[in-house]
Design a protein around this ligand. Structure first.
Ligand code: MN
Length: 355
């Protein structure tokens, strides 16, 4: 099992790589989407992000190659690209007129990602992406982390200008027509039927992130992956190693009260080989109300979870995903260093016999 770290676009530089290597991460999961591009200063976190890129501006093979080289020079491996820019596939999500052109673009991107040796693309098939969480000082010791309270989220639909909470067309006014869940499943099916065979050939796994927050509906639109069994529905749409999961243990914890479903899901998907990579984070509570916690502080026993991945044959990458911010000069870095250190220590005890 390898421990990696997720780096945002602004961190994809020598400083970011050095930080990752020094805390002991061997792998990177990179965000190439600039979520905050052009965002207004008064935006509240997770309510509205910035402007999406144009679908004719896909990440180029040269850019990808440069990134892989820079990471390799720092002794790191890029395990995955996380999230597609909403502008690249807005009409794939919406079933709009540019869908086929955008699918062709995604196929080209998948081939290029395979060509530079990156073996997974994490994606999140949703109209409203991550939305409705609020930062508060609810984690251990009063540390700031994201929380969710279904009662506290504002009502209202998804603005027609937005997809995945980023602006794709600023000229549009009003709200998107709500659709039913079957229609969204069909759109996911179109995406998978078009892209999984290409991914298979390119040696890239398409890794689906569950809906975070895992609720049946958000911003008046349905969501697809908000219960553990929905992973099976997704995998059944196109059985292939290239149709895989971005296994967000935190989101899975949030899906249902208790923790049994978390260990069960780890066991099932680790055995089945359907996990492309893991978001290993901890949470207190579940929908309708939860708070993200330090990796060693939430409802899930992290050592039992790690042992389950390991014993069930998972040998891929785990990243902390989010971590509470630690009050100090570098809150994000301290939170990540704590999570990576904890994971490496716990894994060392599991694997010391045979490694
Ligand atoms: Mn996640």
């Amino acid at each position: 099992v390898r421990v990696g770290i997720g780096l945002y676009r602004s961190m994809l530089n020598e400083n970011g790589f050095r930080f990752a290597a020094q805390v002991g991460a061997t792998d990177l999961v990179v965000h190439l989407t600039d979520y905050m591009r052009g965002a207004t200063a008064d935006r509240t976190p997770f309510s509205r992000w910035g402007y999406a890129a144009n679908d004719r501006d896909l990440w180029s093979v040269d850019d990808l190659q440069r990134l892989v080289k820079a990471a390799t020079d720092s002794g790191l491996r890029i395990a995955a690209i996380e999230n597609l820019d909403p502008g690249f596939w807005s009409d794939v999500l919406l079933g709009g007129p540019a869908r086929n052109r955008q699918l062709d673009g995604l196929k080209r991107l998948i081939r290029d990602v395979g060509r530079v040796g990156i073996s997974a693309i994490g994606y999140y098939f949703a109209l409203a992406g991550p939305w409705g969480m609020t930062p508060s000082r609810g984690a251990r010791g009063g540390a700031e982390s994201l929380g969710f309270d279904a009662k506290a989220i504002p009502a209202g639909g998804l603005p027609s200008s937005e997809v995945w909470n980023m602006v794709v067309d600023p000229t549009k006014t009003g709200y998107r027509r709500p659709i039913d869940r079957d229609e969204l499943w069909e759109r996911l099916d179109v995406f998978l039927q078009a892209c999984v065979p290409v991914a298979e050939e390119a040696g890239v796994r398409l890794a689906a992130h569950p809906d975070d927050p895992p609720v049946p509906e958000l911003r008046s639109n349905p969501r697809l992956l908000y219960r553990p069994e929905h992973f099976d529905d997704l995998l059944d749409l196109y059985p292939s190693t290239a149709n895989a999961l971005e296994f967000c243990q935190g989101t899975i914890t949030e899906m249902l009260p208790g923790v049994d479903h978390v260990y069960q899901a780890i066991e099932k998907h680790a055995q089945r080989g359907s996990i492309a990579y893991v978001h290993f984070r901890n949470v207190r509570g579940a929908v309708p109300q939860y708070q993200e916690e330090f990796v060693d502080s939430g409802d899930v026993d992290p050592v039992r979870a790690l042992r389950t991945y390991y014993d069930c044959g998972y040998r891929g990458v785990l990243i902390p995903d989010h971590a509470p911010a630690v009050d100090c000069g570098a809150p994000w870095e301290a939170g990540m260093a704590h999570a990576v250190g904890f994971l490496r220590g716990a894994i060392a005890t599991l694997t010391s016999d045979d490694h």
